[in-house]
Ligand binder design. Structure first.
Ligand code: NAD
Length: 492
């Protein structure tokens, strides 16, 4: 792609909260630093409990008074479709706002994040008039029904790794289902969602239905979780924070939660694969995409002995090929690490594992770059046992931990993780093996002979165990934003 490059200083940043349809600037509490060059981009105001209260009360009032929930559902769908069109029309602006403070290279935000965001809005628009309720089988002098209704206001808390897409997975189904919403983006990636909310109002969404509050988890996130007018929470982030969110929801409601949390996803490769090169490409993409800062990063390779040597050699060769370019360079394909502390954490995890006996096949190390950003090269580590920190902990960086197996049973045992169960990949030419893997692996998603989501929004995503509760995407994500009311009518 050409002509995508830009200069970060040329991007006009919407700095502030978005309340009742307006950008609300405020204090300068939080410095936002670009991972692409390490420079401070802006200082962000932080919403405390008062401002979160104003946002929630505004959303509740507008949800009650605007007719958003009570209008013909296809009217809601029309507004959402106009919003998707506006997202596409403003794609370059949104892509730059996304790229300037996140780890997402501009060619990817233009080529994937923004089109995926627009189509996701259209997907949920289609559900507006497709989910109603049921008629129950009762005696004929009674009419028993279940009817869906919105919660009123939902709270959404998003991470920094795909700021627009992750936020949209929470906010869009909530709005489509007739709710108002209060979103807190990550304090590291606060700008693009403000423009997204402005575009929603331009498309006809009642001002005040979708509010964005800026701030840290402890000050702003916690206040959202505990607000009494917020009836349902949707959170994406680490497992540790997810537990805090659930606790706050329990203490202040209780209110239902959707939690999309961390992962340590295994990729099983059997020695019957038809092409080592194809599988190497898949595995490589799965642990280096967004520099490993993806919830479903395939960070554990479990490979059968017969194919281990050529596959590992093919992966080692690929590790040497990545280039560190600033995300706003149109040729950038590899991502920086979100922050200096996160880079130090990744390197410490690798070092700790090597000290504990793991063997480094390719060192994950700081890359020489003149961008000023922090880049870590892809690393590969042969792990001796399941206690190794690199086998246990979510690294959220470009590091592949590897173990070799002989028998299928061993592979399935190695794939088990004591905490996480987000996703798993299986690479095999054998249908019986694939079927056994699908049934055996404890993961919310199992990919066979591919790794990663498609653009089929209809397939829900979510984890088992410590990887979360509930689903994003799919009909399930729409329904999660509705509560079910039971009705029983007598004839007289
Ligand atoms: P994080 O848990 O540090 O933060 C996520 C969000 O929660 C941020 O907006 C943060 O400000 C907020 N927050 C922090 N403490 C809070 C609290 N006490 N109460 C309320 N909100 C609070 O996660 P992160 O570093 O932004 O994102 C990386 C993590 O997200 C990884 O663990 C990754 O696996 C996970 N993730 C999961 C999915 C999924 O679909 N399962 C998708 C993307 C990322």
């Amino acid at each position: 792609m050409n002509n995508l490059g830009f200069r970060p200083e040329d991007v006009a940043l919407p700095v502030g909260h978005f309340l009742a349809g307006r950008l609300v600037p405020g204090g300068a509490d939080i410095a936002v630093t670009s991972p692409g060059n390490g420079r401070i981009l802006a200082h962000l105001p932080e919403a405390g409990a008062d401002l979160v209260d104003e946002a929630a009360q505004t959303a509740a009032r507008v949800q009650r008074q605007s007719g958003w929930a009570s209008c013909a559902p296809r009217e809601r769908a029309k507004v959402l479709r106009r919003w998707a069109d506006l997202v596409e029309r403003n794609a370059m602006e949104l892509a730059r706002l996304e790229t300037v403070c996140s780890t997402r290279p501009i060619a990817q935000t233009v080529g994937w994040d923004i089109p995926f965001l627009a189509e996701g809005i259209r997907f949920f628009a289609e559900y507006c008039d497709k989910v109603g309720g049921d008629v129950a089988a009762t005696a004929t002098n009674l009419l028993g029904m279940t009817v869906y209704e919105p919660y009123g206001v939902t709270g959404a808390i998003a991470p920094w790794n795909f700021p627009l897409v992750m936020a949209s997975w929470k906010v869009v189904p909530a709005l489509a289902a007739g709710n108002g919403t209060v979103l807190k983006p990550s304090e590291m990636t606060p700008f693009s969602v403000v423009r997204l909310a402005e575009l929603a109002v331009e498309a006809g969404l009642p001002a005040g239905l979708f509010n964005v509050v800026q701030g840290t988890g402890l000050a702003t996130g916690e206040a959202i979780c505990r607000h009494p007018a917020i009836g349902k929470l949707s959170f994406t982030g680490s497992t540790r924070t997810g537990i805090a969110v659930m606790k706050a929801a329990a203490e202040s409601g209780p209110k239902p939660v959707t939690l999309e949390l961390g992962g340590k996803s295994p990729q099983l490769v059997f020695d019957d694969i038809p092409s080592v090169d194809d599988v190497a490409d898949r595995i490589f993409r799965a642990f280096t995409g967004n520099a490993g800062q993806v919830c479903v990063t395939g960070s554990r390779l479990i490979v059968q002995r017969g194919v281990a040597e050529p596959l590992i050699a093919a992966l080692v060769a690929r590790c040497g090929q990545v280039k560190a370019l600033a995300p706003w360079d149109e040729n950038a394909a590899y991502s920086p690490i979100i922050s200096e502390p996160q880079a130090n954490r990744i390197l410490a995890l690798v070092q700790g594992s090597v000290h504990a006996g793991a063997q480094e096949l390719v060192a994950c190390k700081r890359m020489d770059t003149n961008t000023g950003g922090v880049f870590l090269s892809p690393g590969m580590v042969m792990v001796q046992n399941a206690e190794c920190p690199l086998w246990q902990e979510e690294v959220f960086g470009p590091v592949l931990a590897i173990q070799v197996f002989d028998e299928d049973d061993q592979a399935f045992a190695l794939a088990e993780h004591p905490v996480y169960g987000l996703a798993a990949g299986v690479h095999t030419a054998s249908l019986p093996r694939a079927m056994r893997a699908i049934r055996t692996l404890k993961a919310g998603t199992v990919w066979v002979n591919r790794y990663g989501r498609s653009s089929d929004f209809v397939i829900p995503t979510g984890g088992f165990g410590g990887s979360g509760i509930g689903k994003d995407l799919g009909r399930q994500a729409f329904e999660a934003n509705l509560r079910l009311k039971s009705v029983l009518m007598a004839a007289e």
